[in-house]
Write a protein that binds this ligand. Structure first.
Ligand SMILES: NC(=O)c1ccc[n+]([C@@H]2O[C@H](COP(=O)([O-])OP(=O)(O)OC[C@H]3O[C@@H](n4cnc5c(N)ncnc54)[C@H](O)[C@@H]3O)[C@@H](O)[C@H]2O)c1
Ligand SMILES: O=C(O)C(=O)C[C@]1(C(=O)O)C=C[C@@H](O)C=C1
Length: 315
């Protein structure tokens, strides 16, 4: 049955793509590279021996390198797919082994701190174009990836002002062929936008699930038994990878705290409406928020019942 991802390219866009860190995102990139013929050779590296063994078993890479330094040798595209806090140390390791002219990118969920941590370790002969696919699930690890993850999702690239335009076009073509829509912006703006659209929502989910877990008047079995709708959606988000999210909050501190300040002010206003019995105020806000959800669906960013490969994972 056709998978909706289109035919493979006639010519691969890259000779050797090195993916460093093979969890959900790294393995999804390997799958789509293979599925669409984006690279002549896909090389995988991961700090964990267990993960390297599993990647070799799963067979979605042509080669599993013993180290990141080995993986990047001769690569014309290197994509760092590790947790945000690991990007700087990886850049330090691979810097001396990068091929001149290589494009180096990443998929980290924050951008300013990654640019600061990675750029100083890269030689002037490579082109560093940071990136962030706004696509994911609550699952992690090399078994979690699937080729359609980026399909019809955004990839945000944050090229430096003096970035090589040919390299930018080549990386954009790579993501477009992977099914994504490309947008460019500064790292600072990226971090502010993602603070409100992704980071604070995750913090709220972690917080509400933690609050429910700590209640004395409602038992744990009641929380589980009556989690049919809203709370259940929060538990999905709050089951996301702890290391990944620890690193995101530690590395997008200013923007997250700024958005949390705004969130707290609005929450206080809502609290007041409830206390004062301001039904008009509540329904006016809820009408506005419903329109936002409908706008997202109309843009095709969300389906009524998103799956994102979850069914396969849960079986
Ligand atoms: N999960 C999502 O929804 C999502 C979406 C978009 C972007 N991101 C970003 O993508 C990156 C990867 O996320 P993921 O969900 O694939 O994580 P994951 O936990 O599934 O996989 C991360 C992998 O990186 C490896 N790793 C850790 N340190 C390393 C190092 N020093 N060298 C080499 N490998 C190392 C780990 O062993 C693991 O296999 C993160 O920066 C995250 O912020 C995640
Ligand atoms: O769909 C989910 O489970 C996600 O949390 C994906 C999500 C997001 O917040 O939208 C999470 C982190 C990423 O950096 C990008 C995407």
């Amino acid at each position: 049955m056709p998978d909706g991802l289109g035919a493979p390219l006639f010519e691969p866009l890259f000779d050797r793509v090195a993916l460093i860190g093979i969890g959900l995102i790294g393995s999804s990139l390997a799958h789509i590279c293979r599925r669409k013929g984006l690279a002549r050779r896909i090389v995988a590296a991961d700090a964990s021996k267990e993960v390297r063994t599993r990647v070799a078993e799963l067979g979605f890479a042509d080669e599993v390198a013993p180290s990141a330094a080995e993986a990047v040798r001769g690569a014309d595209l290197v994509v760092l797919c590790a947790p945000v806090g690991a990007m700087g140390p990886i850049a330090r390791e691979i810097g001396p082994h990068l091929a001149p002219g290589a494009i180096v990118s990443d998929v980290g969920s924050v951008k300013v701190s990654i640019v600061e941590a990675v750029a100083p370790h890269l030689p002037a002969s490579v082109c560093f174009i940071p990136g962030h696919p706004v696509a994911g699930t609550e699952y992690s690890g090399p078994d979690a990836g699937f080729a359609a993850l980026f399909h019809n999702r955004w990839i945000i690239l944050t090229p430096p002002a003096d970035a090589d335009q040919k390299a930018l076009a080549r990386l954009s073509a790579f993501w477009t062929a992977a099914g994504a829509n490309v947008e460019t912006m500064t790292p600072e703006h990226h971090d502010l936008v993602l603070a409100i659209t992704s980071h604070v929502p995750h913090l709220i989910a972690y917080n509400i699930v933690g609050t429910a877990a700590d209640l004395e008047a409602v038992t744990q079995s009641e929380v589980m038994k009556f989690s049919a709708g809203g709370f259940r959606d929060f538990t999905r988000i709050a089951s996301s990878d702890p290391i990944m999210w620890r690193d995101i909050f530690l590395n997008n501190k200013d923007a997250v705290l700024e958005m949390l300040g705004r969130f707290n002010e609005d929450l206080t206003a809502l609290q007041r409406m409830i206390r004062r019995g301001d039904g008009d105020g509540l329904s006016e806000l809820f009408t506005r928020t419903r329109a936002i959800r409908r706008g997202i669906i109309a843009q095709g960013q969300e389906t009524a019942e998103p799956d994102f490969g979850r069914r396969a994972q849960e079986e």
